[in-house]
Design a protein around this ligand. Sequence first.
Ligand SMILES: [Mg+2]
Length: 370
Amino acid sequence: MPWRRGLPCGIASDAAGLTEKPDYATGVELAARTVTYQLAETFVISRDSSDESESVVVELRHAGETGFGEGTPIDRYEEDAGAAAEFLNDCGELLGDDPFALDETLAALPAAPHTQAARAALDHALHDLCGKLTGLPVWRLLGLRREGPPTCWTVWLGDPDGMARRAEGAAPRFRRLKLKLGGRDGLDLERVRAVRSVTDVPLQVDVNEYWSVDEAIEALPQLAGVGVEYCEQPLPAGDPGGAQVKAASPIPIYVDEDCHTLADVAACAERAHGINIKLSKSGGIREAVRMAHAARALGLGVMLGCMTESGLGISAGVQIASLCDFVDLDGNLLLLDDPWPGVEFRDGVQLHSDAPGLGVKAREAISDPR
Ligand SMILES: [Mg+2]
């Protein structure tokens, strides 16, 4: 993994006044690599199943501090970790010498498609670095609250009895459950009823694009009848029946696959009551904050989701969770072994550790390839 150093941009960084650490003119050095995590159990949704997850991890060095960030490429959007690491390692010379210049640095990246996870990893590493340089948690740098809503626990798609069994096992630790639906076997409502019969924990469902307009219009009132709070992405992204389903639904519709970046938010208001922001779709914290505010201006609800990723990726979501109505930040809890401890799971809420930056630390030292 070669280290790439940003070329000094010739502008003195006024960030130097924030710490006593010297050497601000040395540029920001970047190295990116892929990592693979084993899941605690096979994770099944409507379109695929997986036993492991791949991410890209960025390490930035500047003025004696090191910032880390993780992004998780999403197959659905034709992204993969190897390409993400390659993209980032090619961007090293664009980083300049001021890690606080996030707008300038992120705008300097090439406009290549399928690079959202890579952008997220860099955005997160810059936030982590800025937090460590100032001695502040990222949520404080952003002027936000430490605590967001409780995270849901995701019950992966299976037969109704199996989902009920897993839901019953998880329910004591969590204050809400998210059920993956879209089995295309006529059993989706039975799945919800089976889970409802074993727990009173609030339920939400995610169909991952696997219902037609007719199926959605038939199923949504029945979901309301068993107390489901909201339904995520019932239709394929871009389905022309979105507005019709929104109008017919007695419970809120949230869109995930329909909503990636700020540019998508306004159109989502026509087909949904809320958006699911994920940092590996948005390209990181900075764009996610813009999306949350745009959604509020349009009267939309805001949910924050995640992928199966380590505590490093989840810690970035934790920083902005307080901007959201609903939070799904269970990705690190789905791993067999989280190599980035630090996010505190307390009474159903994923919390920042209070350490500077993103507040997590690798369990094993990251090798220094220089
Ligand atoms: Mg979803």
